[in-house]
Design a protein around this ligand. Structure first.
Ligand code: FAD
Length: 387
């Protein structure tokens, strides 16, 4: 049976970041994804915020043009403008970025199995045996540790006996090229509880691509119908009449905050599987990168020392405190379902001392916290780990 230090289930942004870091430190890594190709079924708009762009090596060819402007719309389409002197957002070309990170991981020695489903695992003779399915054939591998990057509905988290997400919104978007919109590239956010109950509708236009989407509580709306209604409602703002629709994306976003129990002696959770999404903005890309980086540090040290106390560095509790106010802010915002009340709240945001608050939500740098390991940190890129 093939043996690896670790298996990473899921080659989304979280799994790829973790894979390339761990392999660069000498760990033998098996990376699997049930998708045959990483460009398939992408389920993110891909908006990266300034803090991520500054802190991580995301190559320019994987990013669209800079966006510095945001317009927030009330249910009746009253507009409030926000501008930043900084390069605040860039829309990632996610297929290219996934491939770029995968190539780095492969160069570092990662074994890559696309089209492979994680089924289950068990403990046998002190090792973990992971059962996989590829092209309808079963296959087992032996590993020392499992990393779950398998998204919001993580089967691995359940099988590891770790916490699982309980609160979600769903999102759907269409991507167009050739849309026309007056003014500079911008992010348009639409408050409309009928079209996006509990979240927002958005049009993200960077001059190259235009993403039109809605998200909200599943039980309260029909995402595709809402998306079409948003297109009709905003057709005087963004002209899609001669635009070509090139892709549709959809997915679930966990919004209950980082889970408490995200690691044990057999495995740990990263990205959406760990609930690592800002409960207020529903942004998960920055948390993916930061939490996966910490996970790679912790797992490297664990593989090197076999000391389970190292894993105490990887607890959701240390992140949850930071998110408490955002969690309540989103629950409060989500509870306002009356358009007139939302209109009033929107008016409240326009008064002088409240507008900086909204400015802070769009352009603030208080994203996912950086948490360094308290325990001994292994940073050497040439460290060799192994059984
Ligand atoms: C519509 C939408 C728009 C969004 N827009 C933004 C945005 O603009 N900015 C932002 O910051 N965040 C955004 N988010 C959130 C962000 O995209 C996610 O938080 C992030 O992509 C999660 O990455 P991940 O690697 O944890 O999970 P995923 O990208 O979900 O990757 C999980 C991978 O695991 C694989 N997998 C699952 N189960 C198995 C299994 N049993 N065996 C093998 N493989 C498996 C899946 O195929 C998948 O490739 C958005 C989310 C949605 C749904």
């Amino acid at each position: 049976m093939e043996t690896y230090d670790t298996i990473i289930v899921g080659a989304g942004l979280a799994g790829l970041q973790c894979a390339r870091l761990l392999a660069s430190r000498g760990a033998s890594v098996l990376l699997i994804d049930r998708k045959p190709s990483l460009d398939q079924s992408i389920h993110t708009t891909g908006i990266f915020v300034r803090r991520t762009l500054e802190d991580f090596d995301i190559p320019d060819y994987c990013l669209g043009p800079v966006v510095q402007h945001v317009t927030l719309y009330s249910p009746s389409l009253r507009a409030m403008e926000f501008a930043s002197k900084h390069d605040e957002f860039r829309i990632g070309k996610m297929g290219k970025l996934y491939r770029h990170y995968l190539n780095q991981a492969l160069r570092n020695g990662v074994t890559w199995l696309p089209g492979t489903l994680y089924r289950s695992h068990s403990r046998e003779a002190g090792r973990l045996v992971v059962r996989l399915e590829r092209q309808s054939e079963d296959r087992s591998v032996r590993v020392r540790y499992i990393i779950a990057g398998d998204g919001a509905h993580s089967r691995v988290a359940t099988n590891l006996g770790l916490d699982t997400n309980r609160e979600w919104i769903v999102g759907v978007e269409k991507i167009f090229v050739g849309a026309r919109l007056n003014g500079p590239p911008r992010l348009l956010c639409f408050l409309d509880p009928a079209l996006a109950p509990g979240y927002i509708g958005w049009i993200a236009h960077d001059g190259e691509e235009t993403h039109v989407g809605v998200a909200g509580y599943r039980s309260s709306f029909h995402p595709l119908e809402s998306l079409n209604k948003l297109r009709t409602k905003t057709k005087h703002i963004v002209d899609l009449s001669r635009a070509e629709e090139v892709e549709q994306r959809a997915g679930t976003i966990p919004i209950g905050g980082v889970l408490r129990r995200i690691a044990n002696a057999h495995g740990l959770l990263i990205g959406d599987a760990a609930g690592a999404v800002s409960p207020l903005t529903a942004g998960g890309l920055d948390p993916c990168m930061r939490l996966s980086t910490l996970a790679a540090d912790v797992v490297t040290e664990f593989l090197r020392t076999n000391d389970v106390s190292v894993l105490s560095n990887y607890s959701g509790e240390q992140f949850r405190a930071r998110f408490t106010s955002r969690l309540w802010a989103r629950r409060l915002a989500a509870s306002v379902r009356n358009p007139k009340l939302l209109e009033l709240a929107f008016y409240g945001l326009s008064i002088p001392f409240a507008k900086p608050l909204a400015h802070q939500i769009f352009f603030g740098r208080g994203s996912f916290p950086d948490v360094a390991m308290r325990h001994k940190l292994v940073s050497s890129a040439s460290l060799k780990v192994g059984a």
